[in-house]
Design a protein around this ligand. Structure first.
Ligand SMILES: NC(=O)c1ccc[n+]([C@@H]2O[C@H](COP(=O)([O-])OP(=O)(O)OC[C@H]3O[C@@H](n4cnc5c(N)ncnc54)[C@H](OP(=O)(O)O)[C@@H]3O)[C@@H](O)[C@H]2O)c1
Length: 315
């Protein structure tokens, strides 16, 4: 595993952060409890010290898996846990919930689910269009003063929204989507990184398309996050992504590595990314992803992938 500092938090985090949206168990492939717990434990065995979760991941279920795994491993002090507020999942639907009252309640529930008395990184999941950003972020600042959270951040915010948030609270972490198939926030990410805001990027495998597992258009249930949340498994993006995968296949064959590892290295070798979050629910996939850090792309390979992925920005 390789490690970087998460911006001004000063925390050394693994360059792979384990994502738990899938582990939560709604809208992704089904795995047993044992497999999901083993995925978390295996990540830790392979050097991952950073886990991302949220109350919106199956109404707290993902947080409960994380809490149970950490209790079993008895290693709370060694783990950096990131969870979120301002978004919830009720009866199969996601709702924004950025009021101060709701966030104070969500934090108590997250602490219970995670079986801990502090959260290392606490992020506003999405801005709530019906609540002023100042109210939402003030709740997070209050939680920090109370010692319930150590570092505050935001996810899916624009530059203007981050600047507003910064007036109420020290924003130390940003969680945007970033991968070879989604570079639209690259300028914003550079800007946050220059301000010493630590960047933990999500969707590092484009919801799975950058594993090379999907080579033909497939039918997914509309509630499956591969099509509900990500646009890559349908046209117009699917065909240009298949072209990009051909270049990744060439590098993969030369190096004898899976394309998913190329995607992970491409993201984490960018100086403005502290850690890339990857969702994987089985020990085997976690190991394959952790092995990305046994090798590095050359600058020529990065330049080629930068150039080839640019076309996706035009869609
Ligand atoms: N802040 C936000 O708004 C936001 C939004 C989205 C995600 N996130 C966070 O970021 C994390 C990562 O994003 P994501 O989970 O949406 O997408 P992702 O990590 O890009 O892709 C996850 C998909 O890739 C598959 N996968 C992972 N490793 C694989 C491997 N080695 N071989 C084959 N398939 C593999 C997973 O399969 P299995 O499920 O079968 O293991 C899953 O279907 C989330 O879990 C969550 O913590 C945050």
């Amino acid at each position: 595993m390789r490690y970087k500092t998460l911006g001004k938090t000063g925390i050394k985090v693994s360059q792979m952060c384990l994502g738990t949206w899938g582990i939560g168990g709604q809208g992704w492939s089904e795995y047993s409890d044992e497999e999901r717990l083993s995925a978390i434990q295996t990540a830790v065995e392979y050097g991952v010290n950073f886990i991302d979760t949220a109350p919106a991941y199956n109404s707290g279920q993902a947080e409960r898996y994380v809490g149970n795994a950490i209790e079993k491993m008895n290693n709370r002090d060694k783990m950096i846990i990131s969870t979120k507020c301002g978004n919830e999942f009720v009866d199969g639907k996601y709702y924004r919930c950025g009021s101060k009252k709701k966030i104070m309640k969500q934090c108590e529930e997250s602490l219970r689910n995670l079986k801990t008395d502090y959260i290392d990184v606490y992020l506003v999941h999405f801005p709530d269009p019906e609540v002023e950003i100042e109210e939402t972020v003030d709740a997070v600042e209050t939680l920090k003063k109370e010692g319930k959270i150590l570092h505050a951040g935001v996810s899916n915010f624009t530059q203007e929204q981050i600047e507003r948030a910064e007036k109420c609270c020290d924003i130390e972490v940003f969680q945007p989507q970033y991968s070879l198939v989604d570079r639209k926030d690259e300028e914003l990410i550079r800007w946050t990184s220059e301000r010493k805001i630590g960047v933990m990027s999500y969707g590092s495998l484009g919801g799975g398309i950058l594993t090379g597992k999907y080579r033909h258009l497939e039918q997914f249930d509309p509630s499956d996050n591969r099509v509900r949340y990500y646009p890559y498994f349908k046209e117009p993006l699917f065909s240009p992504i298949m072209e990009l995968l051909k270049d990744m296949d060439t590098i993969g064959k030369e190096r004898n590595v899976p394309v998913s590892q190329i995607a992970m290295n491409w993201a984490t070798q960018k100086e403005f990314i502290s850690s890339s979050i990857v969702g994987a629910q089985s020990a085997g996939k976690v190991i394959e992803n952790c092995k990305s850090f046994d090798w590095e792309l050359t600058q020529d390979e990065i330049d080629l992938l930068d150039k080839k992925s640019e076309i996706l920005l035009t869609y």
